[in-house]
Design a protein around this ligand. Structure first.
Ligand code: PA5
Length: 427
């Protein structure tokens, strides 16, 4: 398993003695669990510590869901939904709802029309819901839960409680109390793992395994990454390399990173990545603003800005070596569209050429670049990639002297919503 990180500039020139020392300190802090925010470093060795009996319980729960239901509604926001959403979108076929079970997300937005239409849609399905909130107090998923629990109770009566699974903190939160009172099955979000680092816990794994994907492979990928990214070899640790390049570009006047991909299946990996880096790094007036583009679509919109607009951004391409399925351009006798010159070229190859051409043009336009290449999109490579990003993000934030694991800005809005809505205890 391998991930390669390449930089358009001279990497060895930016690995100064100062940065080497800083990386050593960060590395020591992470692995001795003494770094700032160490209470939330549980994700670092989580993949290798997963027990078989725990995974069996998840599989059993997934089988039980599929026996009873053909739709799983996952209620959650931020780190409580983006990990599984990213993996499910990456692995599922277009125009076909998931593998063995349809998974629908709710609670990541507040919309009467979304919830009404969802409940109408569910009427013709058999349903299980999985409510995910570490704190158990986040307003948006709590609102969706209120409506969907009522829906389940009206529809399934006493059986409703066997169709509701709650993933939350072991010891605290309103959702935990509700689950205990109503007798819902409870899965735990480990105390030392925050939302955006929780994709390898029950938060991410249950929806993925319920949909029929191979979580053993997903975890294997993460385990390999856990081992590979432990090394302090600055030249050969892609997670550290990515963090160092980002820091260098940030210091050189590029505070905005665009994650670009040609693979539409990675659209929610981009969303997950934005949340991971944005929420981990954007603090104390510092941090790179993470954004994303999907090519070729965005070459015909934001591509203009990237090529020619204000020079504050750098671009990181997320590339895959192999496509899961492909088509080859064929020879047409009439050649009315004048595309015969492409015959024999696969569409994946076309995208690669398009990447090289785009990268070259943007570089000429003054956009520094990084490329991150994985072999293919499957469970194992996704596990490896997501762990890579988590480790890179921790190094990146620490390089800015930021605690990667809190989110005071998000808490501020959450508390303000409580105040503005006059929640008891907040007005
Ligand atoms: O990464 C994080 O910690 C956040 O994005 C949370 O996941 C998000 O705010 C949802 O929080 P909770 O799971 O407590 O409802």
């Amino acid at each position: 398993m391998k991930i390669s990180v390449n930089y358009s500039g001279d990497y060895s020139a930016i690995v100064t003695t100062e940065i080497k020392h800083k990386i050593q300190t960060i590395h020591h802090g992470i692995y001795t669990k003494k770094a700032v925010g160490a209470d939330y470093l549980g994700w670092v060795d989580w993949p290798s510590s997963l027990r078989q009996d725990w995974l069996k319980e998840l599989h059993d729960t997934a089988n039980d869901i599929r026996e009873k239901s053909n739709v799983l509604v996952v209620i959650g926001i931020g780190g409580s939904y983006l990990g599984s959403k990213a993996v499910l979108e990456a692995l599922s076929k277009n125009f076909h709802p998931y593998n063995k079970l349809e998974v629908i997300f709710a609670g990541h937005l507040v919309s009467g029309s979304y919830l009404k239409q969802l409940m109408q849609y569910l009427n013709s399905k058999e349903v299980t819901i999985n409510i995910i909130s570490k704190s158990g107090t986040t307003t948006e998923p709590a609102i969706a839960s209120r409506f969907l629990i009522q829906y389940m109770e009206k529809r399934y009566g006493e059986q409703a409680s066997s169709r509701i699974i709650v993933t939350t903190d072991e010891n605290k939160g309103a959702l935990r109390s509700l689950a205990i009172e109503k007798g819902y099955k409870r899965l735990i979000v480990p105390e030392d793992i925050g939302g955006r680092y929780s994709v390898f816990t029950a938060v991410g794994l249950l929806p993925i395994v319920a949909a029929g994907y191979d979580i053993a492979e997903f975890i294997n990928g993460a385990k390999m990454a856990e081992q590979d990214f432990r090394t302090l070899d600055i030249e050969n640790n892609p997670a550290i390399k990515y963090a160092i390049i980002r820091k260098h570009l940030y210091d050189s006047g590029y505070p905005l990173e665009i994650l670009a991909t040609f693979d539409d299946k990675l659209k929610y990996v981009q969303e997950w990545w934005k949340q991971l880096f944005g929420e981990s790094e954007g603090k104390e007036g510092k941090g790179i603003f993470p954004t994303s583009v999907l090519y070729s679509t965005d070459l015909h919109s934001l591509g203009q800005y990237i090529q020619d607009g204000k020079r504050i951004l750098f671009e990181t391409f997320l590339l895959t070596e192999k496509a899961d399925e492909d088509l080859t351009v064929f020879e047409s006798p009439q050649n009315g569209d004048e595309l015969n010159y492409l015959s024999g070229l696969t569409l994946h190859e076309f995208n690669h050429v398009c990447y090289e051409a785009t990268s070259n043009a943007h570089l000429q336009g003054g956009v520094p670049q990084i490329s991150i290449t994985i072999e293919q999109v499957d469970e194992k490579h996704l596990g490896y990639l997501l762990y890579f990003y988590m480790m890179a993000c921790a190094f990146s934030a620490y390089l800015l002297d930021i605690n990667p694991f809190d989110q005071p800005g998000v808490e501020e809005y959450k508390t303000n919503v409580f105040k503005f809505l006059k929640k008891p205890g907040y007005c």
